[in-house]
Design a protein around this ligand. Structure first.
Ligand code: NDP
Ligand code: MG
Length: 385
């Protein structure tokens, strides 16, 4: 395969690091166009120098002077601010890894989609918020959207060569997070430090909290609804504490196909980077005899209401998933800052959903408007706490 060009949006994060680790091992096959971060100019500059990027962008312009200084004389272009972030995404890399956290990644991801290349999507919040608007842009611009989220990557692999009309169930597996077996009473006192300590995966702070509340699975349900056209009533969630089966597809004849692998995001990232080929990863082979047992159980929506809220939001459609996502982002940030208790996250999301029902967004700017209004409402709840 000839050399391909790559942009990583969110290069300094957990997914960014896993992506660049794979690129580092295959340097002769990739040319890096742009790398972006929010504020971490130091690490971004190091990565841009190491990979010989054309361009490095910090979304927060306050960090541009530091980035400029670190890149002075290197030939790597430095830029800052939201418009520069969108321009980086629009430079036409053949493959764009969308790995910014939150709806902040929506505008650059849409810009990459408009270039019509391959989008390896980790940034689930962007798809949850923009739903139909994003999928329509993918179709209109002939982009190829490949899921990096491990469950969706698994489903994508299990669907290969089969028709959606033959699908009986798509089952998303959930680890259940660090509080899987905690009582409601104990959940009320859960701390940020406890929430970010995930038993199976090493991830950014926001998705770690989402995993603890089960909003991660809720967002993934909405993500799956947009990626795989089988209908909401065919999407299920099952708790699987070992995180070995990453998801499964059951067909009308009773065959269930599952994708298994180690809990290492380099596996689904490699699958998207190499698709439709395969590439080597340094991940430890799956040792099922060592793991011994795989177990499964039903989710408990009484303790973890997030999946119910997400299903209702997907059913309502239009701008409602964007409201859910925005309220969750604000509530998670407030929890991480010690402003609200763990169980308030879902409570505030439900409150904002109950107070705001925008008309269906028809464009990126409509989605951003809904996102902004839902954030403002969630912030009001937080400050009144
Ligand atoms: P991290 O917090 O580790 O990294 C986030 C990246 O986005 C960083 O590069 C950060 O820059 C950048 N960023 C943060 N805020 C902004 C902003 N406002 N504008 C522009 N850039 C921003 O997150 P993860 O890598 O864990 O997650 C990234 C996405 O991938 C999320 O949507 C998550 O749900 C999804 N995902 C992650 C998985 C994982 O294992 N980590 C698994 C499956 C999906 P800076 O370093 O400067 O702050
Ligand atoms: Mg996932």
């Amino acid at each position: 395969r000839s050399m391909r060009s790559l942009t990583v949006l969110g290069a300094t994060g957990s997914i960014g690091a896993s992506t660049l680790d794979l690129i580092r091992r295959n340097r002769d096959q990739w040319r890096v166009v742009a790398l972006t971060a929010h504020s971490n100019a130091g690490d971004l500059a190091k990565l841009a120098l190491e990979f010989g990027a054309e361009l490095a962008v910090v979304a927060d312009e306050a960090h541009l002077p530091a980035l400029r200084e670190a890149l002075a004389g290197s030939g790597v272009e430095a830029a800052g601010g939201p418009a520069a972030l969108v321009e980086a995404a629009a430079r036409g890399a053949e493959v764009t890894v969308a790995a910014i956290v939150g709806c902040a990644g929506l505008a650059p991801t849409m810009a990459a989609i408009e270039q019509g290349g391959v989008i390896a999507l980790a940034n689930k919040e962007a798809l949850v918020s923009a739903g139909e608007v994003m999928m329509a842009a993918v179709a209109r611009h002939g982009a190829t959207l490949l899921p990096v989220d491990s469950e969706h990557n698994a489903i994508f692999q299990c669907l290969a060569g089969n028709r959606a009309e033959h699908v009986r169930w798509i089952t998303l597996t959930a680890s259940g997070g660090p509080f899987r077996d905690w009582s409601l009473e104990r959940l009320q006192a859960a701390t940020p430090a406890e929430a970010v300590r995930h038993p199976n995966w090493d991830m950014g702070a926001k998705i770690s909290v989402d995993s603890a509340t089960m909003f991660n699975k809720g967002l993934e349900l909405i993500e799956a609804y947009h990626l795989f056209p089988v209908g909401l009533d065919r999407l299920r969630i099952i708790v699987h504490p070992q995180s070995v089966v990453h998801s499964m597809v059951e067909y009308r004849d009773g065959s269930t196909l599952a994708q298994l692998g180690p809990s290492d995001m380099r596996v689904p990232i490699a699958s998207a980077l190499a698709w439709p080929e395969r590439m080597d990863t340094p991940c430890a082979p799956l040792d099922l005899a060592e793991i011994g047992e795989l177990t499964f159980r039903m989710p408990d929506e009484a303790r973890f209401p997030a999946t119910r809220l997400a299903r209702e939001a997907a059913q309502a459609g239009g701008g409602i998933p964007a409201v859910l996502n925005a309220a969750n982002e604000i509530s998670v940030a407030a929890f991480l800052h010690g402003q609200i208790s763990f169980t308030r996250i879902a409570a505030y999301v439900e409150d904002v959903l109950g107070s705001y029902a925008p008309p269906p967004p028809a464009s990126l700017s409509d989605v951003l408007e809904v996102d902004g209004e839902a954030r403002a409402r969630a912030r009001t709840l937080v400050t009144s706490t």
